[in-house]
Design a protein around this ligand. Structure first.
Ligand SMILES: [Zn+2]
Length: 189
């Protein structure tokens, strides 16, 4: 049994420190997968691109900033500020392990939620995820965390039979898990 535990922080408003760092980034590299509409910018762009390119979930349209160094405002292994299109990944994070790829995809899931899901998508997914409250960008709650976990697990293509479990998202069966992954794919259309 492998536990993918993740303490995540996904508030709406980027702190002043984030703004300063964004302003300092110059000559940001651009990484664009052949079939992906996501444009990753920032010093963590290459890392995020490597994870996103292999993910079995719909990509995020538009620009996503990825910073790969510590942020005092991020008290977790990784943080997302979806409204700003920003991810912060701790400097110690690499993408050599499936756990690290899970962390990156979880945070990307928060941005996908913000940009791509309609109210109808969230209502449908809330039922599938058994999430009574979705939350919003001011206060991420159980629904949005379950969704981010599901986005990551579906993206990694992990089989529940192999014993992968995650913090918030615990599907009852492979059938339910497949339904969740299918709903995520359909929400991109
Ligand atoms: Zn989260």
């Amino acid at each position: 049994m492998t536990v993918l535990a993740l303490a995540c922080w996904a508030p709406a408003i980027a702190p002043a420190a984030a703004d300063r760092v964004v302003g300092r980034v110059t000559g940001a590299r651009m990484a664009l997968a052949p079939q992906s509409p996501t444009v990753f910018l920032g010093d963590g762009a290459e890392l995020a691109e490597r994870v996103a390119a292999r993910a079995r979930v719909p990509p995020i349209p538009g620009i996503v900033w990825v910073f790969h160094h510590s942020n005092p405002a991020c008290p977790a292994p990784a943080c997302a500020w979806p409204a700003m299109g920003q991810l912060w990944l701790q400097a110690t994070l690499r993408v050599r392990t499936i756990e690290d790829r899970f962390v990156v995809l979880h945070e990307l899931g928060h941005v996908f939620d913000y940009r791509q899901l309609s109210a109808a998508d969230r209502a449908r997914l809330a039922v599938l995820l058994r999430a009574p409250v979705w939350g919003d960008q001011q206060q991420p709650t159980i629904g949005s965390e379950k969704f981010a976990d599901a986005y990551a697990l579906c993206g990694l293509g992990l089989s529940l039979r192999r014993g992968w479990i995650v913090d918030e998202y615990v599907p009852r069966s492979m059938r339910q898990h497949r339904a969740v992954c299918r709903a995520i794919t359909q929400s991109a259309n």
